[in-house]
Design a protein around this ligand. Structure first.
Ligand code: FE2
Length: 334
C-alpha cells in the first residue's frame, strides 16, 4: 500500500471511450508553471458559516482571487492539449441534473501533459500553502483533471448555480478572458444553505436563475493562465452564459485533503450517479484507499482497555463511508 501522506496513484489503463493524444508537449514544471500567491483569500466564517457548520471542513479557507498558475509557455501548451481533447470530450449529457454544457472529465486519461500538470508536487504544495492544509491531487481521475468548454448553444449557462462534489478545486482560464462578453465566474456571498434556499433547490443540483445581485461576487481573471481556488463543497457558484459566441476553456483540477486518514468531504454518493466511463470503479478506489488508511490508524490506536461499545463505535466510524458507498452501488445494481 502506498504511503497515506501521498495521494493514490492513477489507476492503470483507461476507460475505452477515452482516446490518448498522440502528439502533445511534455510537461515541465520549471517551464510551464509560474506559480504566484493570491492577493486575497476569504474564510468560510466571513461568508456567514458558524463554527458548528465547519466540523467536517479541514480548513476555514473559502475562496481566493485569481492568481498566476501557468507561464506563457504553459498556457500555449495547455491550450493545444485542450483543443485536441475537444474532439474526444465527454459524450454524456452531464451529471444527474444535466448541469454542465460541454466538458471533458478525466482529461488525464487522454493527455499525459495534463496528468503530469495535475499531479505535479509543485502545484499541490502551492495550493496547500494557500489553503493552510495539506492537499494532494484528487484520487478520482474524473475530477482530478476536468476541462469545461463553452456549450454550442450559448443561451445555456456554462455551469449553473451549484456546489461541488469535491472539497478543493482550482478554476483556471486557458483562453483569453479579456475578450469575453459574459462567461463570468461568480459565487454567492453567503452560505450554501442560504443560496440554495433562495433558489429553492437542495443538494448539488444546478439551476440557472439569479440570486440577489448585491450578494453575488464576480471573480476577475486578468489573463489566461490565471486561476482561483475554492473549497467547492462550501461555495455556491456558477459560470454565466456567454453573451457572444467565443472560445472559453477553463481547466478545473481537483484536490483532496491528505493524509488519507484525514476527514474527507468528497461526495462519492452523488458522483456515483454521474455516467462518466469508469466512474464507480474510480470512486470505489477512493473510498477503499481512505478507509484502509483509517483502519490502519485504528489498528495503531486500539487499547487493551477499550470497551466493546468503544470498539464498535470506532470500527463503524472507520468504515461508515465505505459501507454507505457499497450500499449505493447495491441500489444502482438492483
Ligand atoms: Fe463547480
Amino acid at each position: 500500500m502506498n504511503n497515506t501522506a501521498d495521494t493514490l496513484p492513477f489507476p492503470s489503463g483507461r476507460p475505452a471511450p477515452y482516446q490518448p493524444l498522440t502528439d502533445e508537449p511534455v510537461f515541465d514544471a520549471g517551464r510551464h508553471l509560474a506559480l504566484e500567491m493570491p492577493s486575497h483569500t476569504a474564510t468560510l466564517n466571513a461568508l456567514g458559516y458558524q463554527d458548528a457548520d465547519l466540523v467536517d471542513c479541514a480548513s476555514t479557507f473559502a475562496v481566493s482571487n485569481a492568481f498566476r498558475i501557468l507561464s506563457a509557455d504553459g498556457v500555449a501548451a495547455m491550450r493545444d492539449v485542450c483543443n485536441q481533447i475537444y474532439q474526444n470530450r465527454n459524450a454524456s449529457e452531464g451529471t444527474g441534473a444535466n448541469r454542465l454544457g460541454s466538458y471533458a472529465r478525466g482529461a488525464g486519461y487522454r493527455s499525459q501533459f495534463i496528468r503530469d500538470f495535475c499531479d505535479s508536487p509543485e502545484l499541490a504544495a502551492h495550493l496547500s500553502q494557500i489553503a493552510g492544509i495539506e492537499l494532494g491531487r484528487h484520487s478520482v481521475p474524473a475530477v482530478a483533471c476536468g476541462i469545461n468548454y463553452a456549450p454550442d448553444d450559448i443561451s445555456r449557462a456554462i455551469d449553473t448555480w451549484h456546489v461541488d462534489s469535491v472539497a478543493y478545486d482550482i478554476v483556471m482560464m486557458i483562453t483569453d478572458p479579456t475578450t469575453l462578453k459574459g462567461g463570468e465566474f461568480q459565487y454567492f456571498h453567503g452560505t450554501k444553505q442560504e443560496g440554495q434556499s433562495l433558489l429553492g433547490i437542495s443538494g448539488e443540483e444546478g439551476v440557472d436563475t439569479s440570486l440577489p445581485e448585491d450578494r453575488v461576487i464576480t471573480i476577475p481573471f486578468p489573463e489566461a493562465g490565471f486561476g482561483f481556488m475554492q473549497q467547492g463543497t462550501m461555495i455556491f457558484h456558477r459560470a454565466c452564459r456567454l453573451l457572444e459566441r467565443a472560445e472559453r476553456i477553463t481547466m478545473i483540477p481537483s484536490f483532496e485533503v491528505l493524509p488519507a486518514n484525514a476527514p474527507d468531504s468528497t461526495n462519492t454518493l452523488n458522483m456515483a450517479d454521474w455516467d462518466d466511463p469508469g466512474m464507480c470503479p474510480e470512486l470505489a478506489r477512493h473510498e477503499i484507499w481512505r478507509t484502509a488508511a483509517r483502519l490502519e490508524q485504528l489498528l495503531d490506536e486500539i487499547d487493551l482497555n477499550d470497551s466493546p461499545a468503544t470498539l464498535n463505535t470506532r470500527i463503524n466510524s472507520a468504515i461508515a463511508r465505505l459501507v454507505r458507498f457499497s450500499d449505493k452501488l447495491e441500489s444502482k445494481s438492483s
